[in-house]
Write a protein that binds this ligand. Sequence first.
Ligand SMILES: Nc1ncnc2c1ncn2[C@@H]1O[C@H](COP(=O)(O)OP(=O)(O)OP(=O)(O)O)[C@@H](O)[C@H]1O
Length: 393
Amino acid sequence: MWYAVSSEQRSEVEQRLWDALARVNDPEIHRPITELGMVGTLAVDAAGAADVPLKLTIAGCPAAQRIEREVREATLGTPGVTDARVDVSVMNPAERQAFVETVRGPARPVQFGPDSLTRVIAVTSGKGGVGKSSLTASLAVALAQQGLSVGLVDADVFGFSIPGILGLSRDGVTEQPTRVGEMILPPETHGVKVISIGMFLGDADPRSTAVSWRGPMLHRTIEQFLRDVWFGDLDVLLLDLPPGTGDVAISVGQLLPQAEVLVVTTPQEAAADVAVRSALVARQTGQRVIGVIENMAGLAQPDGTVLELFGTGGGAAVVDRLNSSESAEGQQPVRLLGSVPLSPDFREGGDTGSPAVLARPDDPAAAAVIRIAQQLAAQGRGLAGRSLGVTPR
Ligand SMILES: Nc1ncnc2c1ncn2[C@@H]1O[C@H](COP(=O)(O)OP(=O)(O)OP(=O)(O)O)[C@@H](O)[C@H]1O
């Protein structure tokens, strides 16, 4: 096999070249291409001309040009090398399987189980249209901005909108994940690795395609997202759940019982009942409700007054009800993490795929989301219910 050449069999200059190539990372996997079996047996002749066999996972791999350019630069930057001949080819199935196993190990466990160090936060709401997806996407981007490694699963089957909000879907065409054998690599945007049901519709236009699956199919899809989509090491995984108390929320409860839950509601007191119900379902499946976000709060007017389009007090009402419910026994108190005002710029950022938390961080809604992300990042993940991997003597 081409990567069986040991360092003793390489000449000095070939070893230097190998070491230089070990500093080139696969941009999707973030690991050295030499470790991933992507560099074959290289050779440097007496005149300093280097032959570098470069194996890509799939034909038309999106990162191909970048990898090839970086390999060429690393080769020409190696002392003793005068010329670079990079021979690009595609891995055969056995090589691809070896690649997949190097990346994620031979087993295919559900990632982010109870022993995982990744903090899992599911975002839910009672009613639709309260801005849950916009907030989840913006929180993900804001957390990535704070230096965290962030993944986002759009599990809102009927209302999948995350690819659009994050600029991964334009004019009816949604960016596709890269498939390497049975491993799926999620597209990354604004520092967030994103997977969405909207990426698995084939050629169908997501703007006019409905997904009408029953519970078992939904469960399998969420399970596949957690098993086959390779996110790598994440600090935080956010899940955008469908509104209400449906099958997906229950599946997430079963697959990720350690998930923490954020509830999004509007200031309208009438919306509180249904928001409380979605949080109670989460508690029934053993998840911990960590906070409530009130969205669509007062819109600032040019004259300085505030228009309370949806009234006031909804967020606080949900917090009070959750803290005084029977199910609160033994739970940490739920907090109101913030109130996000209505903002035309925030809406427009979502419509154009350019989140306001990046493009307009001073916008009042974007600034409120950034403050919520800071609180979440500061909280860290509780250890409750997690095995510490130590055996008592
Ligand atoms: N703070 C805000 N200011 C202005 N517009 C907002 C705000 N939050 C959300 N919106 C807008 O409200 C609409 C609904 O938001 P979004 O799709 O995020 O809701 P949702 O709760 O995820 O809905 P569903 O779950 O039904 O898909 C979008 O057009 C979004 O841009």
